[in-house]
Design a protein around this ligand. Structure first.
Ligand code: PEP
Length: 254
């Protein structure tokens, strides 16, 4: 049985004091809801404070939005896996479509980061997904297949089962346009089948596949009911502590 995993990708939002205020309300709202794993993914500047507030409690874990593949060196403006580990970061989002399109990250770059994350005992949340043009051209499966093959190249079965995949159709991110539960389930089932062919069925069955793309309290429950949707990567709607708590509760009960 895969435990649902709901992550709040705050992107370039939330100062330290805003993060504190968010957590104050959010933690109160979710109480001891343990049905879903929650990951808060703040900007780097708020990691230390969020880490301190979450402490060793199980209410929510800490994630980072990106990292560099090298451990240290002359990479001005970058952050490494050991730096994240020191702050008790457990997850790192890699290959988000904004990183791919705005910052030019390729599948090969994503793969190097995935390797570095796993070597540092960080669990990668690897984002994949097609653009609208690719969907309209009937290329969804080809795109997902290629992103999985290149982005997750070299992982053993244990590493794969520690990884989380986020299916994020690019046309649904920040657009208010959500994939229908059927569209999302179809893509998730294809991703799981691909993992099972590239690794094996037992491992593929363990991997959690999140859906991301305009998830909000109003549509979370119907998405979470689908058999291969194991949680959500939430952008815009994760900035509101009450709304995000509703999404967590929807996931915990499906
Ligand atoms: C995201 O950034 O991963 C995302 C899915 O954003 P939004 O929920 O705003 O579409």
């Amino acid at each position: 049985m895969r435990k649902k995993i709901i992550a709040a990708n705050w992107k370039m939002h939330m100062t330290v004091s805003e993060a504190e205020a968010f957590l104050h309300t959010f933690l109160h709202e979710i109480g001891d809801e343990a049905g879903a794993e929650v990951v808060i993914v703040p900007p780097f500047t708020a990691l230390a404070k969020v880490s301190e507030i979450l402490g060793r409690g199980q209410a929510a874990k800490l994630g980072a939005q990106n990292m560099h593949a090298e451990k240290s060196g002359a990479f001005t403006g970058e952050i490494s896996a050991p730096m994240l580990r020191e702050l008790y970061v457990r997850y790192v989002v890699l290959g988000h479509s904004e990183r791919r399109t705005i910052f030019g990250e390729t599948d090969e770059v994503v793969n190097r980061k995935v390797r570095a994350a796993l070597d540092a005992a960080l669990k990668p949340i690897v984002c994949i997904g097609e653009t609208l043009e690719q969907r309209d051209a009937g290329q969804v499966e080809a795109v997902l297949h290629s992103q999985i093959e290149k982005g997750l190249h070299g992982l053993n079965t244990k590493e794969l089962s520690d990884a989380v995949i986020a299916y994020e159709p690019v046309w649904a991110i920040g657009t208010g346009r959500t994939a229908s539960p059927q569209q999302a389930q179809e893509a998730h089932a294809f991703i799981r089948k691909t993992l099972s062919e590239m690794w094996d069925a037992a491992t593929a069955d363990k991997v959690r596949i999140q859906y991301g793309g305009s998830v909000k309290p109003q549509n979370a429950a119907e998405l979470m009911r689908e058999p291969d949707i194991d949680g959500a990567l939430v952008g815009g709607a994760s900035l509101d502590p009450r709304g995000f708590a509703e999404i967590v509760k929807a996931a915990a009960h499906h």
